[in-house]
Design a protein around this ligand. Structure first.
Ligand SMILES: Nc1ncnc2c1ncn2[C@@H]1O[C@H](COP(=O)(O)OP(=O)(O)OP(=O)(O)O)[C@@H](O)[C@H]1O
Ligand SMILES: [Mg+2]
Length: 342
């Protein structure tokens, strides 16, 4: 079973009778702007359903105001839905008692915020160990575990520095270490890298991917950048005006965009970093004698191999068995196709 299940969630920001009127309008298919004009209420989310599997990175991508923060905040119940259900590990978070909710927020789930949100008067070590302090873990143990995470995010030597003495990328690594220090099962990351320079941001993405290889946490990751979404996500949901336009694996979204809106976005993506040879190959042909390439190789890595070879490449699986053929034209089409059918 999925670890996180969001079922038919509507969120209307507004009061009393207007809120109910807004909910009825939203259910009848009236759009966000018209709901606002007619009722004064904001349609935050409309009939959102999704499942997050244990151990995956699930990315929610959308523009500013599309409802991303609203959505992620339902998971640790910083926001209650107007209607609908939020289940974590089969339990309805709306039915948690106050004590259960507190325990849930301190233990099973952590959040990393967009603008670092570190405590300015605490050192790196104190910030990272904060969650453990709240849990009542003794200082010795706290220090040991916090130092281990500081080392993991490559900040050894900075444990006594204050946040203001660190660069944005370093501060965000402190935020990540702080979120991981309590060893939560679920990590909620609300645009954690958006405020970083492109280069630092790429480093942070790789860092997260490397960490996740060992940790296998369940991560819900928010971004407004489709490249980042497709690079990090096992599944990606595209949110527009509070509505999910499409949920799929990165290659599905690239190869089969479900709406014009998604197609528009997909045009700007660096496909060579996302699509794999297995996504664009042709059926196997024993006559093909070219060099071999893994079906999991991304197109940008297959390109130089293909350029060196007169004949099409043999695409192989983990066992070395041939699963397809990659011609240079299929490769180039995969790299340049503009969100159309393959
Ligand atoms: N507390 C609130 N009261 C009223 N309206 C709200 C509230 N929180 C969010 N909204 C509205 O809900 C919609 C979604 O907001 P949300 O913050 O979830 O967007 P977002 O996708 O996270 O945007 P950003 O990328 O700018 O962070 C917006 O129209 C916003 O104005
Ligand atoms: Mg937001």
């Amino acid at each position: 079973m999925a670890l996180i299940e969001i079922r038919n969630v509507y969120k209307i920001f507004g009061e009393g009778r207007e809120q109910e009127a807004a909910l009825d309008l939203a259910r009848d298919g009236v759009e966000k702007n018209d709901v606002l004009v007619e009722t004064g209420c904001t349609l935050g989310l409309k009939d959102v359903s999704l499942s997050v599997e244990r151990g995956e990175i699930f990315v929610v991508m959308g523009l500013s105001g599309s409802g991303k923060s609203t959505l992620i905040r339902h998971i640790n119940r910083l926001i209650d839905p107007t209607t609908g259900q939020v289940l974590v590990d089969g339990r309805d978070v709306l039915e948690f008692s106050p004590e259960e909710l507190l325990a849930f927020r301190r233990g099973a789930v952590s959040m990393v915020f967009q603008r670092f949100a570190l405590f300015p008067h605490m050192t790196v070590l104190e910030n990272v160990g904060y969650g453990l302090e709240v849990q009542g873990v003794d200082p010795e143990e706290r220090r040991r575990r916090a130092m281990a995470w500081i080392e993991d995010v490559e900040l050894t030597g900075y444990e006594n520095a204050y946040p203001a003495q660190l660069s944005g990328g370093m501060q965000q690594r402190v935020g990540l270490a702080r979120a991981l220090c309590t060893d939560p099962e679920i990590l909620l990351m609300d645009e954690p890298f958006s405020a970083l320079d492109p280069l630092i941001r790429k480093q942070m993405q790789e860092h997260l991917i490397a960490l996740q290889r060992d940790l296998k946490k369940t991560i819900v990751f928010i971004t407004h950048d489709l490249d980042e979404a497709l690079h990090l996500g096992d599944h990606v949901a595209i949110l527009k005006d509070g509505v999910i336009d499409q949920i799929g694996k990165p290659n599905e979204i690239l190869l089969r965009p479900a709406t014009d809106y998604v197609r528009e976005f997909v045009r700007e993506v660096k496909r060579g970093r996302i699509l794999k040879t297995g996504d664009v190959m042709w059926p196997p042909d024993e006559a093909a004698a070219g060099p071999t390439i893994s079906r999991d190789a991304v197109l940008q890595d297959a390109l130089p191999v293909s350029m060196e070879s007169e004949s099409p490449l043999r695409v192989v699986d983990e066992t070395g068995a041939m699963v397809g053929v990659l011609s240079r034209s299929a490769l180039l089409r995969g790299l340049t196709d503009r969100g159309g059918e393959m």
